[in-house]
Structure formats: C-alpha cells, structure tokens
Design a protein around this ligand. Sequence first.
Ligand code: NAI
Length: 269
Amino acid sequence: MGTYAVTGSASGMGAASAARLREAGHRVVGVDLRDADVTADLGTADGRRHAADEILRLCDGVLDGVAAVAGVGPNLPDAAAVASINYFGPVALLDALRPALERDGGGRAVVIGSNSATTVPMIDDHLVGLLLAGDEEAARAHAAGAQRSLPAALAATSPSISAYATSKFALARWVRRTAVTPEWARRGITLNTIAPGAVVTPLMTGSTMSEEDLDPDAFPTPMPRGIFGRPADIAFWVAQFLSPEAGFTTGATLTVDGGTDAAMRPDAQ
Ligand code: NAI
C-alpha cells in the first residue's frame, strides 16, 4: 500500500479523494487550513514550506503520490489571494515534494485545475506570464489591479473570476511544461491536471445556497448531462491518475464537467 499527500483534505473533492485512497488501504497525509494531519496556509510561502516539511517528515521522505486539490473559487473577494492559493500553492508544494516522488521509482502527481481555464473568456495573458515566471509579488499586484476594473455586475457575484480562470489556466500550462522535463519524466514521475466543471461542494454552493437551489438547466454555463458533479466523481479520477498503472499519461488535462467544455467549444481538440 502507498503513501499519498492530499491537499484540501478537509472538504469537497480533497476530502473525497483522501477517503477513496484510505478506503483502498493507502496511508494519506492530509493538508488543509483545519482538520488535517498538516495544518498550513498554502496561500503563503511560509505555509507552503511548513506543509512540505511536515509532509516529508510524516512520510519519511518517500511518497507514492500527491494530489494538489486545495483551492478557492471565483467568489473570493481577494484576487491576489486567488493567484497565491490556486497557482503558487500547488506549484511550490509539488516542486518541494518532487524528490520524494522519485524515491520509489515512479511517483504520481495530479493537480485540480478547472474547466474555467477553457470556458471563461477572461484569461489575462499578462498575469499568465507573471505566474509562470514565478513572480508572486508582481502577480498579486497585477491581479488586484485588474480586479478593480471588473464591470460592477460581475464584481458583485464573481469578483475574482479573471484571476481564478487565469490561475487555473496557468496551472495547467505549468503542468504541461513541467511534466516533460527530465526531472519529472525521466525519473518516472507523472504529472497531470483534472479540470472539473460545476461540482457540488461548499466552494460552489457557498454559505447561502442550498442544493435545492441548483438547477442544471438554469446554470450560467451549459450542463449537457443535466446533472452537477459530486466530489466522488473527481475522486475517482484522482485515484486513477495516482495509481501505479497510470505511468504512460503525463502532461495531460482531463476535463470532468458533464460536457460543459464540449458544449461551449465543440470544435476544440
Ligand atoms: P472546498 O471548498 O469544498 O474544498 C477546498 C479545500 O481547500 C477546503 O478544505 C479549504 O479549506 C482548502 N483550502 C482553501 N484555501 C486553502 C489554503 N490557503 N491553504 C490550505 N488549504 C486551503 O472546494 P472544492 O470544490 O472541493 O475545491 C477543490 C478544488 O477544485 C479547488 O482547487 C477548486 O478551485 C477546484 N474547482 C472546484 C469547482 C467546483 O465547482 N466546486 C470547479 C472547478 C475547480
């Protein structure tokens, strides 16, 4: 049985992923702001360092896989925090944990992106550049500035929509660029992205909406299957990407969204 680190383990997709791995008999080191084996704020450099140190201590420096699931949604009022949590959180943690994934000769890593990277027409190219350059300070300042010029109606409901979609876009690009470097690919470590659509979790429903308020046919983006996703729908794919058999898949993005992306971009490959 293996040892896996899962971020965002206290809620939603991360909790479902951790539960699925534990049910299969694996050891899971959960990381979150609360109710986790390692409590850490992945939105800060100190928090990421603490999380990496604690994971490495708890797993004796050897991991079979990492699922970087923790993240926030476009309704967070602070776009700079969205960039830090959703992009620099997984990237810095995976960079720090990569050597531990090498030790057993075939580690697995998967990050949770979003189908917003391909369906939200608000990707900020300048922010993509700053994120991929690793300039967190400049990325935060730019995201905060861009947020101030959002139209008022959008700012009221999804104040961080552009930073959110852009950070997930940049994360998937980082995965593609990183997965094929010798440090990952030739050491047997795979690295992939899952891009969920609307999944019923506290992030999606917030504190005011109940599940009964949700109608797939009245949702702002098309929901061809007529259902919303459940955390277990994502945990299923997390477990596949983390399995030892998944060694020939790397640098890929798997969209898991009930058909939203295909409906919005039928001719994209
Ligand atoms: P959730 O809110 O149920 O779970 C997210 C977890 O991440 C929480 O336990 C939270 O405490 C943790 N977290 C947030 N900020 C953190 C920080 N700074 N440091 C450490 N932990 C932190 O949300 P859900 O839906 O399970 O989200 C999982 C991932 O899926 C996120 O990356 C999110 O952006 C992404 N996503 C969610 C979608 C949805 O419809 N629910 C759609 C597409 C992507």
